[in-house]
Ligand binder design. Structure first.
Ligand code: ZN
Length: 276
């Protein structure tokens, strides 16, 4: 049976980086670059488009730039990119030019996805560089939930809040779970036992088949504190911050369905400032 606990742990770290970016008013899209052999985190990135007012400063670019600036002799074919949202077409093309080893993402990018949702830049045989392997669906509903927390506060701070129904993020259902993989590719990454997830679109991938999960069982304060570069750039990681992060998400049940029973927190930047 394919145990995906490791990928869930890495994606949980990645989402936490995105959450910390959200607290400084960035879009919570984030990534980690890891050595495929040692699993060491070599670099992190988060969207830097709002602060820099530069729409091309996507998480992937920031993480790659950081790595190049470090002067380490990096073979990009030996690194894994863990990214909360499927890379956009621009980043997907950039990653292919770099010769990235592997991409693992959380949720699909329905508008700009370059790993199969809009265009399959990672696998297109007509492009000159080598294709790369990319698969998603790890902590998918949590990645979507994090984005919803960003968009809802944007809406609420707009002069005329428009999308009323978006306010209801506590109960809003998640879109169908689609994979940018053939059936064989899916089995290769997730195991045959998870085929019902692929075929129905109604379930989430879980670390272990037949067992549900809660984010706080997957990752600890220490794991999150150990993420390189994070505390220096986005502030102290302590129990309070980590619990705030865990409180944003529903649990996933043993049947692979999101369990809407838990009361989740809604991130509110304005309220935070008021309290402090
Ligand atoms: Zn991008």
């Amino acid at each position: 049976m394919t145990d995906l606990t490791f990928l869930f742990q890495e994606m949980a770290k990645c989402l936490f980086v995105g959450y910390r970016a959200l607290t400084v008013n960035e879009t919570p899209v984030s990534c980690l670059i890891e050595d495929i052999e040692t699993n060491e985190i070599l670099s992190i990135g988060y969207n830097y488009t709002n602060i820099s007012l530069n729409g091309t400063k996507h998480a992937e670019f920031i993480a790659v730039k950081r790595l190049r600036d470090s002067n380490l002799n990096i073979d990009f074919g030996k690194v894994r990119l863990i990214v909360s949202v499927e890379p956009c077409i621009m980043c997907a093309s950039f990653l292919r030019q770099l010769g990235i080893g592997e991409v693992v993402y959380g949720c699909s990018n329905d508008r700009f996805g370059g790993n199969g949702t809009v265009l399959p830049i990672h696998s297109d045989p007509n492009l000159p560089q080598e294709p790369y392997c990319s698969y998603g669906g790890i902590l998918r509903s949590e990645a979507i939930q994090l984005l919803r927390n960003f968009y809802i506060q944007e809406n609420e701070s707009a002069p005329q809040p428009k999308i009323k129904k978006n306010k209801d993020i506590e109960n809003k259902k998640f879109p169908t779970n689609k994979f940018n993989l053939t059936k064989d590719q899916f089995v290769e990454h997730y195991g045959k036992e998870r085929l019902p997830v692929y075929e129905s679109g109604e379930y989430e991938i879980t670390p272990i088949v037949g067992k549900g999960y809660s984010l706080n069982e997957i990752i600890s304060l220490k794991d999150l504190k150990d993420i390189p570069f994070l505390e220096e750039e986005l502030g102290e990681v302590n129990e309070e911050v980590v619990n705030e992060f865990f409180d944003l998400f529903f649990d996933v049940g043993e049947d692979g369905r999101v369990n809407y029973g838990k009361t989740i927190r809604k991130y509110n930047a304005k309220k935070r400032h008021h309290e402090e």
